[in-house]
Ligand binder design. Structure first.
Ligand code: UDP
Ligand code: MG
Length: 332
């Protein structure tokens, strides 16, 4: 009641009016997006900002160490529109780090994460806000139901990845899930509480729980610029997901190791008995070689699997920051 006193509203009339509108933060990682940014901003302006007037917006654009004109464009946009906040990293830290930085600085009651290549349709933001305002859920997430326009091999690997990870991890992974989602503050706070250095957001979002509504849409191809994901980058990303959310590969190594040990022991007993009864003629070089190679291969594989986990533990123990900020227009 006191906030509405004439003296207060006289000082910051506009602010006290808009303070009643819920603030929506939109977090958007940008890496070499000079071709996309102006188009993205104009689309957001027409589709979101000027249509959904019952909300206040802030647009958090994170420059993930771009090597093109992304940063100057962000500075220009911030000058043109006070809703634009930007954070610029000292180098490329990856999309996960950029999302984390955005979530950390978002002040909104609702926070939306989206790509700036318009593959995440801004039209859906209205629906997301509707669902959240109606108190239906804590989080509105999206998934693509088609992978049209994507190389076939990439789709096949993606499908295999979801099959494997859902089998071996307790966290549920939804096939085709995008990072495009709108969350309530409580969900954002929960996500930020996970201090992992290796962040796999698709898993983190599912791991924190909360009521999630899924919206489906058809794949949309990038409007300009090109995808930053090479096949190997995606492979690393998939391994990241598996290692971050499951220890099954370690158990697999133990299981296969145990089976091989038992078979080896039985085989040894058989060989000893044979040698005792029929003597020990020198033969069997090929079988010896085959067994040695198989065992050697398996030992190396198991070491590699352990290495993946040790490496992550090592990186986490070093407690390096998830990103380093070089420039921003966000005031503390
Ligand atoms: N991105 C980023 N850092 C990176 C790679 C990508 O911030 O190292 C951003 C990129 O600018 C875009 C989003 O992450 O806004 C998704 O990237 P992209 O469109 O290349 O991925 P795809 O849609 O092909 O999965
Ligand atoms: Mg994209």
């Amino acid at each position: 009641m006191e906030e509405r006193e004439p003296v207060l509203s006289g000082v910051s009339g506009g602010d006290s009016q808009s303070a009643q509108k819920p603030l929506v933060s939109i977090v958007c990682p940008c890496y070499n997006e000079e071709a996309m940014l102006p188009l993205y901003f104009d689309t957001m302006q027409t589709v979101v900002f000027s249509n959904l007037t019952e909300y206040d917006f802030e647009l958090l654009l994170i420059n993930d160490g771009s090597k093109d004109r992304t940063l100057p464009i962000l500075r220009e946009l911030a000058q043109k529109d006070t809703r634009v906040k930007y954070i610029s990293f000292s180098r490329n830290f990856g999309k996960e780090a950029a999302m984390y930085a955005g979530l950390k600085h978002a002040k909104g009651e609702f926070v939306c994460v989206m790509d700036c290549d318009l593959q995440d349709p801004p039209e859906m933001i209205a629906t997301m806000l509707e669902r959240l305002s109606a108190d239906e859920c804590d989080c509105v997430a999206t998934r693509r139901v088609t992978r049209k326009g994507e190389p076939r091999i990439r789709s096949a690997f993606a499908r295999a990845f979801y099959r494997i990870i859902n089998r071996i991890s307790d966290t549920e992974f939804v096939d085709g899930a995008r990072d495009f989602r709108m969350m309530r503050r409580c969900v954002v706070d929960a996500v930020l509480e996970l201090p992992e250095y290796h962040r796999f957001s698709k898993g983190i979002f599912m791991w924190v729980g909360f009521d999630t509504v899924w919206l489906e849409y058809e794949n949309i191809e990038r409007a300009a610029g090109e995808t930053k994901w090479s096949f190997w980058k995606l492979m690393r990303y998939a391994i990241e997901g598996i290692v971050s959310f499951s220890t099954a590969p370690l158990q697999l190594a133990t299981a296969v190791g145990s089976v091989i040990s038992v078979i080896s022991l039985l085989y040894m007993i058989v060989r000893v008995i044979i040698a005792m009864i029929w003597g020990n003629p020198v033969a069997g070089y090929p079988s010896l070689l085959a067994i040695m190679l198989t065992l050697g291969g398996f030992v190396l594989l198991a070491l590699g699997i352990i290495g993946e986990y040790v490496a992550r533990t090592y990186m986490q123990v070093k407690q390096r920051p998830i990103y380093i900020q070089k420039e921003t227009n966000i005031k503390k």
